[in-house]
Design a protein. Structure first.
Length: 194
């Protein structure tokens, strides 16, 4: 009887020793946290996007939650100098730059203003370019395309807005009767510059 008790006691001691020597490492862990995000309309956001001109190409359509573009423009009969046109769209296998609104003398199709707390560099990306026009924003003052590898010069806090246009590349894009719907993401990245 004593022998059984001794063996059971040694087994318990060995098992507890193995658990005490573990490394504490793990391969996966998760934790739920609450995140609060305030979303503002484009004209009141930390990175404000503002329509320039009268809304022939860039338009908030009376709303302030987003900025939309219609290329070549929405009203062919309202183009400058009373030269009535009825553009059906941009041509194939071409590159177009739209630097301002069709019926406006203001520079820039839209303006980007830094309302944040630190300087930022701005660029655009387009998730899908296969079979649709490639669209990139550019600085209308310098002509520089604003891409992830070549963003804008830093926009200072409360500084002058960056006046932007859109470059549309239609190479290898077929003509079609309905408009292409392209989403352009405009990103701001904080910098150390002032």
């Amino acid at each position: 009887m004593k022998r059984r008790t001794l063996i059971a006691g040694l087994g318990s001691l060995t098992a507890s020793g193995v658990f005490a020597v573990g490394s504490g490492a793990f391969t996966s862990v998760s934790a739920a946290r609450t995140v609060t995000v305030d979303v503002a309309d484009d004209d009141r956001a930390l990175l404000a996007l503002d329509q320039r001109g009268t809304g022939e190409r860039s338009d908030t359509d009376g709303l302030t939650d987003s900025l939309e573009f219609q290329i070549p423009g929405s009203d062919g009969d309202e183009y400058p100098a009373a030269e009535e046109t009825d553009p059906a769209g941009v041509g194939t296998d071409s590159v177009y730059r739209f630097a301002d609104d069709a019926a406006s003398d203001q520079r820039g199709l839209f303006a980007v203003t830094n309302r944040g707390t630190q300087p930022v560099e701005v660029y655009s990306t387009q998730e899908t370019t296969e079979g649709v026009p490639s669209v990139v924003m550019y600085d209308v003052e310098t002509g520089d395309r604003l891409t992830e590898t070549s963003p804008s010069t830093p926009l200072s806090v409360g500084g002058e807005p960056l006046l932007c246009g859109l470059e549309v590349d239609t190479h290898d894009v077929p003509a079609q009767p309905e408009a292409y719907d392209v989403t352009l993401t405009i990103t701001a990245v904080a910098t150390d510059s002032d």
